[in-house]
Unconditional design. Structure first.
Lengths: 307, 271
């Protein structure tokens, strides 16, 4: 079939491909190609290859309505609606005929995104998460859609997305059972939220502009290129930390990073001064409080006795 | 500090001046700043609690809350510096007596007062210008303010602080600042509210620090030593051939003269 721009579209479909797809035995050709009801087929005119995809992907919603409506919220559909014809539609990620289980194998998910987002994928596969996924087929590490979601993909450059970062990371890093498997502390979210950055981020409204959001997880640890904290290349390694601080606090001294307790709770081993100061006040405040209360009560008692 | 307090004729009979204008204004400013700092500070300490979060939101967000808190903190620092330098200056000039310095008598007074409360004795201690409770509160406020000011500035300027000090002082300052505030709140509620408001002897409210006036009845009861000294000084002044504008009978009739204020300026020991 010759298209409007002169390219020739091959109409042959490999039956084996269809038989291996998730739709095998469930859907016939005309379930998707519903405009074709007889032979000879009604004439179809398309200006180019992309127009066919854009016209036919709407067929998916006849069954997958929920996921279709989710895509309407996505940054991809938003681009499409603004006239970017290359913005991905269903078939760009899932294919048209050779549709397989999108979660098998798990690494295939990020490879699908990599078709367009190549440089991000390159950074990701070198990260602690990506290495575990590609190298070991790890079932727990996040793939692209774990954070960005699959269908209602939000624009990650917005303030509201950035503000939700601690929640995103905390979804796994606050999960005790999951973190135990890898010997990772689950205090990270709590200690972040109780410090200056986390407290501020948790109290800012959705209307905040992007630049006034304080550091969230990704500002120190990296976004797609997150390294293990033991990795010498990690931006939060003690030797590198001051560089991470200076991104927002230019001129920070070498002492400055220690103002942040590195996700540790104060204890006699870590942040001793903070720990003992806290213990002192926990004793001193009740001591003074009860002492004063006692004197108030005693004076009232004497007053009552006098009368 | 006014050398000469308000004319005595304008005061109702039976009252003398206890606090001068500077002292009254200082108290008013401390009161206002203390309350604003608590209102804007405690929600920051308890931001995860429901009420803390509610207050931050209804104050117009965390940024505005922090701005007001820091602004008042800077003013509070100024007030502290003003107070301390003024006191040092006046002491050097021998224009005030060091009446706030704790001494052995305060300890004995406290012990005697405790015995009195417990009913072991019917004798109450007689106090000078400030009793041990007032000294405790004054020094508590002064030392507490020092802690709050130092740690507050550390938290306000962490970059500057860590140029000189190890980074750990910042979270330590945060602990001290929050806990010290809690302590201040407890002392305020338990002690100051009791001494200046709920105490049956002054209920509903001890007005001396606002009006500057105190009744002679209360002077006799609460500050007899100071009152006796004032009377003695008055008598000495009247006896001396100084151009004092008061009549002897007025002084004898209970310090109703123009110069009868108990203001510290009048109490210099060089008479």
């Amino acid at each position: 079939m010759t298209l409007g721009d002169g390219t020739v579209l091959e109409l042959f479909v490999d039956e084996a491909q269809l038989a291996a797809s998730v739709h095998a035995g469930k859907l016939g050709c005309t379930d998707c190609h519903w405009s074709i009801s007889g032979y000879p087929h009604p004439p179809a005119e398309f200006p180019d290859r992309r127009s066919i995809s854009l016209a036919l992907y709407e067929s998916c919603k006849r069954c997958h309505f929920l996921n279709y409506t989710r895509t309407l919220e996505s940054v991809h559909f938003n681009m499409l609606a603004r006239g970017h014809r290359d913005a991905p539609v269903c078939t760009d990620c899932h294919d048209a005929h050779a549709i397989t289980d999108p979660y098998q194998p798990r690494a295939a998910i990020s490879q699908r995104c990599a078709r367009c987002h190549q440089s991000i994928h390159e950074a990701y596969v070198k990260s602690v998460h990506g290495q575990a996924l590609v190298g070991e087929g790890n079932p727990d590490v996040p793939v692209c859609i774990s954070c960005h979601r699959a269908h209602d993909i939000e624009d990650p450059r917005t303030a509201s997305f950035k503000l939700r970062t601690p929640e995103l990371c905390g979804h796994c890093h606050g999960d005790k059972n999951l973190m135990q498997k890898y010997g990772i502390s689950t205090q990270v979210l709590r200690t972040y939220l109780s410090d200056f950055h986390g407290m501020t981020a948790s109290l800012l409204g959705e209307k905040t502009d992007l630049v006034s959001i304080p550091a969230v997880c990704t500002d120190c640890h990296g976004v797609h290129d997150i390294r293990a904290v033991e990795d010498p290349a990690s931006p939060v390694m003690r030797a590198n930390l001051v560089k991470a601080c200076r991104k927002c606090h230019p001129g920070a001294s070498a002492n400055f990073p220690a103002a942040w307790m590195s996700h540790y709770e104060p204890s006699p081993e870590k942040a001793r001064l903070v720990y003992y100061l806290n213990q002192f006040y926990r004793f001193f405040i009740p001591f003074v409080g009860f002492g004063l209360l006692l004197q108030v009560l005693l004076s009232l008692w004497r007053l009552a006795v006098n009368r | 500090m006014a050398k000469r307090p308000a004319p005595f004729d304008e005061l109702p009979k039976g009252y003398i001046i206890r606090f001068n204008v500077r002292e009254r204004i200082e108290h008013l400013l401390v009161m206002i700043l203390f309350v604003i700092l608590l209102v804007t500070g405690l929600p920051q300490k308890f931001h995860t609690s429901g009420w803390g979060h509610w207050m931050i939101v209804h104050f117009g967000g965390i940024d505005r809350l922090r701005y007001v808190h820091r602004f008042c903190g800077v003013l509070f620092t100024g007030l502290f510096v003003f107070h301390v330098t003024t006191i040092f200056y006046l002491l050097r000039q021998r224009r005030i007596r060091p009446s706030m310095i704790p001494n052995l008598k305060d300890y004995n007074d406290a012990v005697l007062m405790l015995k009195y409360y417990l009913g072991w004795t019917d004798q109450r201690p007689s106090f000078d210008r400030f009793d041990y409770r007032q000294k405790f509160e004054y020094w508590g406020l002064l030392m507490g303010s020092l802690v709050m000011i130092i740690t507050g500035w550390m938290l306000y300027q962490p970059m500057w602080t860590t140029r000189w000090l190890p980074g750990q002082v910042i979270p330590a300052a945060k602990v001290a600042h929050g806990m010290e505030a809690l302590l201040a709140l407890i002392v305020l509620v338990l002690w100051h509210m009791y001494c200046a408001h709920l105490n049956p002897e002054v209920f509903p409210f001890d007005t001396a620090i606002f009006t500057g006036k105190i009744s002679i009845d209360r002077m006799v009861r609460d500050h007899p030593l100071e009152y006796a000294r004032l009377l003695a000084e008055r008598a000495a002044k009247v006896a001396a051939p100084e151009p004092v504008e008061i009549a002897a009978e007025e002084a004898a009739a209970g310090l109703r003269g123009r110069d009868t204020a108990t203001d510290d300026t009048e109490a210099k020991p060089d008479g």
